[in-house]
Design a protein around this ligand. Structure first.
Ligand SMILES: *[C@@H]1O[C@H](CO)[C@@H](O)[C@H](O)[C@H]1NC(C)=O
Ligand SMILES: *[C@@H]1O[C@H](CO)[C@@H](O)[C@H](O)[C@H]1NC(C)=O
Ligand SMILES: *[C@@H]1O[C@H](CO)[C@@H](O)[C@H](O)[C@H]1NC(C)=O
Ligand SMILES: *[C@@H]1O[C@H](CO)[C@@H](O)[C@H](O)[C@H]1NC(C)=O
Ligand SMILES: *[C@@H]1O[C@H](CO)[C@@H](O)[C@H](O)[C@H]1NC(C)=O
Ligand SMILES: *[C@@H]1O[C@H](CO)[C@@H](O)[C@H](O)[C@H]1NC(C)=O
Ligand SMILES: *[C@@H]1O[C@H](CO)[C@@H](O)[C@H](O)[C@H]1NC(C)=O
Length: 444
């Protein structure tokens, strides 16, 4: 999906792809050096990033095979304002933002000030990075295993990767071929790690973190894929479940069947609701107003068809020393509509305005809303701490999602096409969801 630069609405993760984080609040202390933080099987917190505490916890890479080595998990805490011996102090809440594979450290750093008023001052709020092997990243941050640490190679993979399999006649086949590459690279370069990042392994990490915190019950807040993780923890450790919030729930049975179809159950209904609301709101409040819902729908579909055949350039030479350009195509528009479905209340009005602008041949609003270009986000393994998402989100997602599946997800091209057609029965947005979710598992 597009990695849009905005803060997720905590309660409206209709789909768990594309959980996104504002990047402005990044590393206020960019020199904080994670490798200098000694990792051990107990937690020693040190101050970091102005108002936070950081620690690294050593856990077995494979809980069932101590000989496989160790993994280090980075943790970041927004501390309670009460001291531990205060009767108002209620312990900690562990947080996972989903993905799978997204950084809990970055998310807590970014969202702590938003979430604190919701949870109150009485809890420590703790994010942790998922397990996985490192690229050689500046600042020694943990968590992402790029199969290739070479930016040109990552670009080779990610730039042409179809984020919408309806973009062209070859898009589906290309996504299929690239998923073969992903599977082969995983085996050749990262097999041990790929075999060690399953959701049950992360649930065991959560148990280890809970014990290291000196607690017997886990309080937990999980969003989107984080709800699969929470459900898995609860199934494995039913006696250790404290207070749990599972927000933006992903069907865990479907997840473990390698079948993401149910993600799309209500997606198109949200779009229809926006069109209804547009008709009710009237032309002064809704830029794409037509006098029936069907007409609004037809208007947007027409624009999608037009831009499909004739993508629109955006070229800005206002400042000749800083010329910027991009192309708004079908994939950009559809991805932005899908993103809007996750935050309809805050985004639908602006979407309507961007669509009208695009009808008039100007793609700058929709491009601005969609953030920087895809390639800029996927092009590099040079970890920039201001960018929570660097290259490799499929790298880490694939072994977790595909490895979790209890059924063999490998399929022929024809069987994969049939799968996709089944998803399309539920939602037009299978075009976007398929290559980013189910489609990556056809060879892993
Ligand atoms: C990390 O530790 C090394 C060796 O002790 C030291 O030279 C370096 O300055 C430390 N880096 C930071 C950012 O603290
Ligand atoms: C809590 O601990 C701090 C220092 O560890 C101490 O100064 C304080 O008096 C304690 N408060 C209570 C209510 O026991
Ligand atoms: C995936 O789940 C959906 C909805 O439960 C079902 O209709 C479909 O047949 C499943 N697909 C596969 C390949 O099992
Ligand atoms: C809707 O708009 C069309 C043309 O814009 C018009 O012909 C039609 O009468 C309108 N219908 C209603 C119910 O207002
Ligand atoms: C695929 O693109 C074509 C051409 O724009 C369009 O007519 C069709 O509805 C699209 N399919 C889906 C599922 O969106
Ligand atoms: C074009 O670029 C200038 C800076 O060079 C910027 O101020 C302006 O907002 C840009 N215009 C659009 C439509 O993005
Ligand atoms: C170029 O302009 C864009 C806005 O159009 C701005 O975001 C970017 O920071 C500018 N880059 C430089 C080097 O000034």
């Amino acid at each position: 999906m597009l990695r849009l630069q905005r803060v997720p609405s905590l309660a409206s993760a209709l789909l768990f792809v594309g959980l996104v984080i504002a990047s402005e609040l990044h590393a206020r202390d960019a020199t904080f050096d994670w490798p200098n933080l000694t990792s051990s099987s107990s937690l020693s917190w040190v101050p970091c990033f102005s108002s936070f505490q950081c620690a690294r916890l050593t856990v077995p890479l494979q809980y069932s095979n101590p000989g496989a080595g160790e993994a280090q998990i980075a943790l970041l805490m927004s501390p309670s304002s009460f001291p531990k011996n205060d009767s108002r102090y209620l312990g900690s809440i562990l947080f996972n933002p989903g993905g799978p594979g997204d950084s809990g450290v970055n998310t807590v750093m970014t969202l702590a000030s938003t979430i604190r008023p919701v949870i109150g001052p009485q809890y420590d709020f703790i994010g942790f990075d998922p397990r996985g092997e490192l690229c050689q990243l500046p600042h020694g941050r943990t968590s992402y295993k790029c199969y290739s640490c070479s930016p040109p190679e990552a670009l080779e993979f990610y730039a042409p990767y179809p984020q919408n399999v309806n973009e062209s006649v070859s898009s589906f086949g290309r996504a299929y071929a690239q998923s073969q590459i992903l599977g082969k690279l995983a085996m050749d370069r990262a097999q041990l790690v790929a075999e060690s990042v399953s959701t049950p392994a992360v649930a065991l990490d959560m148990f280890s973190i809970m014990k290291a915190l000196g607690q017997d019950k886990l309080n937990y807040y999980g969003i989107s894929y984080g709800t699969v993780l929470g459900a898995t923890f609860a199934a494995m450790f039913p006696n250790n479940v404290g207070r749990f919030v599972l927000d933006g729930v992903v069907d865990p049975d479907g997840w473990y069947q390698g079948n993401m179809t149910n993600l799309l159950l209500d997606t198109d209904k949200v779009l229809t609701t926006i069109y209804h609301a547009c008709v009710s709101a009237g032309p002064s409040l809704c830029a794409i107003y037509e006098n029936t819902t069907d007409l609004v729908h037809a208007r947007v579909s027409r624009l999608l068809d037009d831009v499909h055949l004739a993508p629109v350039l955006v070229y800005n030479d206002t400042d000749p020393s800083n010329i910027t350009f991009s192309v708004v195509d079908y994939t950009v528009v559809e991805s932005h509509i899908l993103a809007t479905l996750k935050n309809p209340y805050s985004m639908a009005t602006a979407l309507a305005e961007a669509i009208v602008q695009l009808e008039n041949g100007d793609g700058s609003l929709i491009l601005g809303a969609a953030g920087v270009t895809n390639v800029a986000q996927f092009a590099t393994c040079d970890f920039d701490p201001s960018q929570p998402y660097v290259a490799g989100f499929l790298d880490i997602r694939a072994p977790i999602e595909c490895g979790d599946s209890l059924v063999d997800t490998r399929r022929t091209l024809q069987a994969a096409q049939d799968d996709y057609q089944g998803m399309l029965q539920l939602s037009q947005f299978a075009t976007t969801i398929y290559p980013l979710m189910q489609g990556i598992c056809t060879h892993v």
